[in-house]
Structure formats: C-alpha cells, structure tokens
Design a protein around this ligand. Sequence first.
Ligand SMILES: [Zn+2]
Length: 338
Amino acid sequence: MAEYSIHAGHNAFVPGAHGYIKEEVVNRQIKEAAIKYLRLAGQTVYDDTDDAGKTQNENLAAIVRKINAHSGLTLAVSVHLNAGRGSGIEVYQYDSKTNAVAARVLKNICSVTGLPDRGVKRNQSLYVLRNTVPPAILIECGFVDTKKDAAIIAGKSDSVGKAIAEGILGSPVKTVGTTKSAESKKSASARTNTLLQRGDQGTAVRRLQQQLIQAGYNVGSAGADGVFGPATEVAVRALQKRNGLIDDGIFGPATKQALSHSAKKKEGATASAIVPYPGMLIKRGSRGQDVARIQRALSLTADGIFGPKTETAVRSYQKRHGLTVDGIVGPKTWNTLF
Ligand SMILES: [Zn+2]
C-alpha cells in the first residue's frame, strides 16, 4: 500500500480566496473527504494541512516541512479553490512525473461536478510544488467567486474528495463493504450539503423557513410557504451576518449549522423566559426592570437605564429581525425578544 500526503491550503490567519464561499473552509471539507476515501481504500494518508502559520510564508513553509518529514511518499496533494470569476477545474503539476495522476484527478472532478476542464498546467514557481521532495499536484477545485462553481463545490465537497481519491488511486473506492450506518451517515451528510437559494421551492425551503421563524427571523408575511423569495433571502443574510459568515443569502452547510445553533439558543431562552409585554413603549429615557430585561437579552450591561447604547442595540436588533427600525421597544419588538 502506498503513502500519500494531502493538505488544504491557507488557514484562518491567512485566509484564501473569498467569494460566495470561503476557500480555506470548503477546501478543508474536500481534503477531509479525500482522506476518508483513501483510508477506506486501505491507504496510508498524512494530513499535512497547517492551521498555525500566521503569515503566508509561515503557512507554506510549515506545509512543505510536514510533507518532507515523511519518506517514501507516492504523491503530495494540495487542495485549493480558484478566484477570478472563471469557471472550472484545473490541476497544476511541477513536471511530467505526475501526468497520469493529474489527468485522472482532473477528469474525475469535472465529471462529478459537471464543471469545465481547464486542463493540467505545468508550473515550477508554485512554492509547494517547487519545494516538496515527493511528486506533487495542486488542485484548483472551482471558483469561489463564481456563483455556479461555488454552489456546486460547496454542495458536493464529499463527491469531489472522492473523485480526488479515486483519481489518485486510478480505481474506484469500493464503499459496498462499509456498514449500513456509514452509508446512512454519508447520505445524511450529502443532504446537509444541499444549497438552498432564491428561487428554490419545496419542503426543504419550508423547513428552513420554520427554523428561521423559530430563531426569530422574519421570512415575510406569507410565513413558511416553501418558496425561497426575497424575504427569506433577507432573513438568511441577517442570520449569516450575525454569525460572521459571508452574507450571500445562500443557505449552505455553514449557515445551516449557525441556524440550528441559534434555534437551540432561542429555544432555551424562550423556555426560561416568556415575559408578557408590559403594556407601554420602552424607549430612550425609560428606566427599570423591563429595560434591564431588554439589555440582558441584547447582551448589554443591565443598568436599567435606556440610553443611547441600548437604543443602538435595539435598532440593530430590529433591523436583523425585519422589524420597524425605530429604537423603541413596542409589543412587536418585545415579543420577538422574549
Ligand atoms: Zn489557494
């Protein structure tokens, strides 16, 4: 059995390309899948991804150091995503030693994604290809700033990883021998990788809308109607912004995780604190228990005095939840808060 090294480029300190998706996030999902399938096929695989380097040079040097620390590797593989608003897949090689594997990997990824084949490209200036001892290829798995590429790549990261593994091996990875639970886990993860976006309809959209409503977001006057329209998009963007994600309005794996997290948090909050509306507007200059309650809900210092900071926080809360942005807590804002 052969030994391989795989890594995903960039890290949280030195992020890769950002567009509709983040390179350093999605390339890690692809890398994980490639490793999983190679190991399923009985291969030894080292994950030489670097999550510690604080500069691009540190990151690249660490990756090369890790790769060169192994001896007798058959191949080192670098997983990246492209930028520049193009479309398709390309594979970089240092020299002809990797002709066959580069061509197989490229063909496989194109076939599972349906994205254009941009070819195998010779490049002797890429740091990782130039400095690694074993033969190496660098894969650009689609464009983060092209909507179609990004949606396909993020939605099919598992299949892309499998395509890479099978391209490396030159044969399909048999998963028939895996247990039922591994298979159902696989299909569950395939389901969670499906993207929802404006124009989509159906039960998955309805479920998303129900979760958004439960988490306190406004999906429009029609409620959970199963149609991903402008209001649902606004709600998804607000959720993304609030959770530090790229606010593209596309509901993918990271946004899904953020939503289930905020739904749980909200559930806990409502269970412990359903508070009836006090019956009067609470605004700049108001004082007392109700003000303190609002401040706690907005993670402010609960001094019970409705000053400018509280007003600003109320405004941004109202904006996030599709309420009238007036900085005044009336029944609608109160009932959304509690
Ligand atoms: Zn990159």
